[in-house]
Design a binder for this molecule. Structure first.
Ligand SMILES: [Zn+2]
Length: 330
């Protein structure tokens, strides 16, 4: 009998019996960091991540006060050893540099999705299926009510919103998370021929995208001079009413998030909401888990029960990963 290859240690994911943590928030001796969103970051002694994620981490965490993190950059599809483990990173399609991890030990492959988006995006590497025996999958939108419309349809709606606002003399303001969503929509806007201004919080991250090969150079910084008549503003939702946007008069605002499927009620003070997501929806999560070939699946971060239940109905052995499961036998 074998132990589960994954366990929760005080709320943090860890490869069982090792010091390798996955997306730990507290300082860990050694951690794999799937991507640079705040809920996946910590100041670790050693951090394994893609070069883009390491650059974004430095930007987001700032200079360390005391001990430095030893950065261990890892490229996609390049296996390497860590003690008795063999690690390999694969694109996760969520934000620039986002990675899934495969850990092989004793012939058993553990797959960890981190945050996952299976739709091709405009500013992140395209996700791949990671074949594995045991899968740990995110479940942010792991409820059947989250089935996103085709991306072209969503973007056609955004285009209509932007064009209508511009033709009425208003400034369209598109709200998306500063890392990932903002660059996705900026890239699409630039490619579609729109002129784009970015909130300073977004613009600072754009620079790192540009350094890693995503051309966002036409995007201008939103400064005190405000906007020109034909420009589109991209800003993070929590900074929609910040100082930087004070100069944007007669604005028309739309938020871009998968949660838009919950209805406009959820968002106060915006004119529209579009379900543009950087996560996989429910049908994609189910399809993905099956495609990995995993004989056992653990769900985390979101609708764990609902997704695990759906996977069991598909014939997979699936359950939410819980603290009490750490001594469970495979
Ligand atoms: Zn994320």
């Amino acid at each position: 009998m074998r132990r589960s290859p994954i366990e929760l240690d005080g709320g943090e994911l860890r490869v069982a019996g090792t010091s390798l943590h996955l997306d730990a928030r507290r300082r860990a001796e050694c951690a794999f960091v799937s991507h640079a969103h705040g809920d996946h970051l910590g100041r670790h002694d050693r951090a394994i991540a893609t070069p883009a994620t390491l650059a974004l981490m430095r930007h987001r965490l700032g200079a360390p006060k005391r001990r430095r993190t030893e950065a261990l950059p890892a490229q996609y599809r390049t296996p390497f050893g860590l003690g008795e483990l063999t690690l390999e990173l694969f694109p996760a399609g969520h934000v620039l540099g986002s990675a899934q991890l495969r850990v092989v030990r004793g012939g058993v492959a553990l797959g960890y999705t981190g945050d996952l988006c299976l739709e091709p995006t405009h500013a992140a590497e395209r996700a791949e299926v990671v074949p594995c025996d045991v899968l740990v999958t995110e479940s942010t939108f792991g409820h059947p009510r989250y089935a996103f419309p085709p991306k072209e349809e969503i973007l056609a709606g955004v285009r209509r919103f932007v064009e209508d606002a511009l033709s009425d003399g208003d400034t369209p303001v598109l709200l998306g998370y500063a890392l990932g969503k903002a660059q996705e929509i900026e890239k699409w806007l630039c490619d579609a021929g729109f002129k784009v201004r970015a909130h300073p919080a977004v613009h600072a991250i754009n620079r790192i995208y540009v350094e890693h090969g995503v051309d966002l150079t036409p995007v201008r910084l939103l400064g005190a001079e405000g906007v020109e008549r034909d420009e589109v503003v991209v800003a993070p939702p929590h900074l929609a009413w910040s100082q930087a946007l004070r100069g944007v008069r007669s604005r028309r605002t739309a938020v871009l998030t998968g949660w838009a499927l919950d209805g406009a009620r959820r968002f106060r003070g915006v004119d529209a909401a579009f379900p543009l997501s950087d996560h996989a929806d429910f049908p994609s999560l189910v399809r993905y888990a099956k495609a990995t070939g995993a004989s056992r699946v653990f769900t985390i971060h979101g609708f764990e029960e609902e997704l695990a239940g759906a996977l069991r109905r598909e014939g997979l052995r699936a359950e939410p990963l819980r603290e009490t499961r750490q001594l469970e036998l495979l």
